[in-house]
Every structure is written in structure tokens, then in C-alpha cells.
Design a protein around this ligand. Structure first.
Ligand code: ZN
Length: 413
């Protein structure tokens, strides 16, 4: 997507605010002699920001507004090292709620809906984002937070929830539970708003069919407000994102160059109006593409395709690069296998080789041994690597309320 004049002038305003705040990035830009963004060429001279840099600025080094204007912080959970702290002004909080309300509207959710919110509340941006957007929209929030499935199902029936907000893993767990208890006819659920992460078509179909609902992928990340910066419309042709708040680039993760619209690459986001912690050219490591052309729904907001995976989720065994999404696609073709799986990679010193162990779940009606053989052969022919496959009963692998970690590399331990 080419950057527009309007977006350029907003970036320039953000740059001015950063420079005058003398924050962590001000020092970097001053060193590089960056003082103004007037042209697309100026914009492309801005260095990328990586999450590691946000950690360097811990705790409040990226704050670009005066202390008296900061009303809240959120934090992204780092798997390693220090967390990242993102400060928000009152306007940032309000802008985020406005974007989120726009997401609900785009999904056809309105004031009369009752929205059951299962993502967590606290330092994490999820729960409170879903809630603020719901209140801005004027719908009724049912702020459950994660876990306690018993109570979730009770409230879902008693309060007649029409919308469920969850991670795909938790939505799957709820769908399985509702199926098991035969509760579907007692529910009024119509829509599910699912935090966007890479999830298989198989899982999507299962959840949609079991619950009899339409599913919407909501996109976002803590560094850029939180969830709510984009969502798909009912035509399901990709996620519309709010280009009056953010500018999206797709880059080749290796070279850092912009790719053409329609080509796959890494999403890089620039915040256009954020005050507390403006970020220019933040590398998300999420892989997707811009969908060229207009959506038949008539909305002029541009579209991102579903997230294909993360550039840093790639794992390498015997010199072959693999993505979890490839494993998911492969499992989607095998009869009786669920969408949950786990991969362990270790090094066997004895034979001096890397060993890849794939654990998958299968329904009781299929032969586990044969299923394991089928998966092993499919894996070998598609990825040129032969895994050891363990087949376990459905429901054995953990379902989590947050994004599920599926690949465990034990080689460096
Ligand atoms: Zn649309």
C-alpha cells in the first residue's frame, strides 16, 4: 500500500513528538540525522523497530508524552527477558476503543448484542480491549476473563450471550464441551470474535459448525494498541484494517524491502496518531499479505489476509525451514486427526542427528498406528524430513487461553 499524503503528514507529526520528547527513539533518529518526513523516500529511511529494541527501552523509555498525560500502561509478555511496557494517553485509550467498536460493527455486532469476553484482563491488552470496544459500541459486556468453563457455559445460557470472544484454542475447548453436554440448543450464540493467530481451516470449521456461529478474526498486538486494529467483514475476504490509525507495510523479512501488494511477507506497522508510545515501522513478525482491490462489501478500508504464521516461528531441522502452518495444513488432510499438535525437536548425540517428534490427537474410531504411519509419510514427502509420530487420544494435548506454543526446540538447552 503506498503511503498517502495525509498519512505522511501524520507520521511527520509523530516524528516531531518523538524528537521533542527526547525518548529512546529520539536519540536514534537524531543520530541518523532524521528530522522530518516529507516524502515516501524519507519514510523509507526510517529504521525498523524490533521488539528487542522496545525491551532495551524498559521500562518507560519509549514514552513520548508527558507523565501527566499518561493514564495507563499495558505490557506484552515476553517469553524471554524483560517485558515491553507500552504507555497510553487518554486519547490513545479512547482511539483504541473507537477502533474496537468499529471492529464489532464490521462483524455485524450491535447495541442489542451480549458479548461474553473470555480473554484475560490485566497487564495484557486483550480483555480490556474487548470490553472498552463493547462499551463504546453500546452492547452489553459480560467480562468473564479466561478459564472456569463451568461458569462460562452457565453465564452463556443464563445471560443469553450472542457473541463469544476468545482465542481459537479456548473457542475450541468451549465448542468441544458444548458438544459433549449437548448444550447447543440452549444457546443463542451467533458470532465468535477470535484473536487472530494462525489457525487451521479444520479447527475453524469445527468451531463454526459445533457452535453454529460465524467466526471473525480480529487482529492486533500490544505494541500497537492491542487487538482491534482490524477484522474481517461478513464477506470473509480478509481483515479490513483501520488505515486512519495505522499504516501497514509488507516487507520481505530477509531484505527489509517492501513487496508488491498481494505478495506475502512480514507486516510492519506505523502508528499514525498514537501519543503515549508512537512507533514508526514496527516489525510485527506476523506473516500475511495485502489483498489487492476493493472488498465487495463497499468498505474502503484496505485488507490483510489471515495471519499465515510468524517469521520467528520458523524452525529448521536437517537444513529444512518449516512453519507451523505447513504442519497444520498437512494434518488437515488426515482423517480423524484434530488440529492440535505438538512438535519437539532434540539432538541425539549418540547418532549425531536432530530428532523431530510430532505428537498429534486422533479420534478413537481410527487406527492410531496406521494414522501415525500416514502422517509420517506425508511429512516426509512434503517436508523431506522424517519425524517420529506419536498419536494420542482426542483432548490429550493442552488447550490454552492464550496463544498456544506448539514447537519446542530442546537443542540449545
Ligand atoms: Zn469487506
Amino acid at each position: 500500500m503506498k503511503i498517502t499524503e495525509k498519512q505522511l503528514s501524520l507520521v511527520n507529526e509523530r516524528l516531531k513528538a518523538i524528537l521533542s520528547s527526547d525518548n529512546y527513539f529520539a536519540k536514534i533518529y537524531k543520530e541518523l540525522g532524521i528530522t522530518e518526513i516529507k516524502t515516501p523516500e524519507d519514510f523509507r529511511k526510517l529504521p525498523f523497530i524490533d521488539k528487542a529494541e522496545l525491551r532495551n527501552a524498559y521500562p518507560l523509555g519509549i514514552q513520548a508524552a508527558p507523565d501527566e498525560e499518561i493514564v495507563r500502561i499495558h505490557s506484552s509478555s515476553g517469553t524471554t527477558g524483560k517485558p515491553v511496557i507500552i504507555p497510553y494517553t487518554a486519547k490513545d485509550v479512547d482511539d483504541w476503543a473507537t477502533m474496537f467498536a468499529r471492529c464489532y460493527e464490521t462483524a455485524g455486532i450491535g447495541k442489542r448484542d451480549r458479548i461474553q469476553i473470555t480473554p484475560g484482563y490485566g497487564l495484557w491488552t486483550a480483555g480490556i480491549g474487548f470490553q472498552a470496544g463493547c462499551e463504546k459500541l453500546g452492547a452489553m459486556a459480560i467480562p468473564m476473563g479466561p478459564g472456569n468453563t463451568e461458569k462460562q457455559l452457565q453465564m452463556m445460557q443464563d445471560l443469553k450471550s450472542t457473541v463469544i470472544c476468545a482465542t481459537s484454542s479456548y473457542a475450541l475447548l468451549l465448542a468441544e464441551e458444548i458438544n459433549k453436554r449437548g448444550l447447543r440448543d440452549k444457546l443463542l450464540l451467533k458470532k465468535g470474535v477470535i484473536g487472530s493467530e494462525r489457525w487451521s481451516d479444520k479447527k475453524r470449521e469445527y468451531i463454526a459448525n459445533e457452535l453454529g456461529i460465524e467466526l471473525y478474526d480480529i487482529y492486533g498486538l500490544t505494541e500497537i494498541y492491542g487487538p482491534g486494529i482490524g477484522i474481517n467483514c461478513s464477506l470473509q475476504t480478509g481483515m479490513h484494517y483501520w488505515d486512519d490509525y495505522i499504516y501497514v507495510e509488507i516487507i520481505d523479512p530477509e531484505t527489509g524491502e517492501n513487496v508488491e501488494d498481494g505478495e506475502e511477507g512480514e507486516i510492519v506497522i506505523t502508528t499514525l496518531v498514537k501519543e503515549g508510545a508512537p512507533l514508526l515501522r514496527f516489525r510485527t513478525h506476523d506473516l500475511s499479505r495485502i489483498i489487492p482491490g476493493d472488498c465487495p462489501c463497499g468498505r474502503s478500508y484496505p485488507r490483510l489476509d489471515v495471519i499465515k504464521g510468524r517469521s520467528d516461528d520458523m524452525f529448521k531441522v536437517h537444513g529444512v525451514n518449516m512453519f507451523p502452518s505447513q504442519v497444520e495444513e498437512l494434518l488437515g488432510t488426515v482423517d480423524g486427526v484434530s488440529s492440535e499438535y505438538k512438535i519437539d525437536i532434540a539432538h541425539d548425540d549418540e547418532i549425531n542427528r536432530d530428532i523431530i517428534l510430532l505428537t498429534v490427537e486422533a479420534e478413537g474410531r481410527v487406527n492410531f498406528e496406521k494414522t501415525g504411519e500416514t502422517i509420517k509419510n506425508a511429512f516426509k514427502s512434503k517436508m523431506s524430513v522424517t519425524p517420529k509420530v506419536v498419536v494420542v487420544s482426542l483432548g490429550t494435548l493442552p488447550r490454552s487461553e492464550k496463544k498456544t506454543k506448539r514447537v519446542f526446540d530442546h537443542r540449545e538447552e
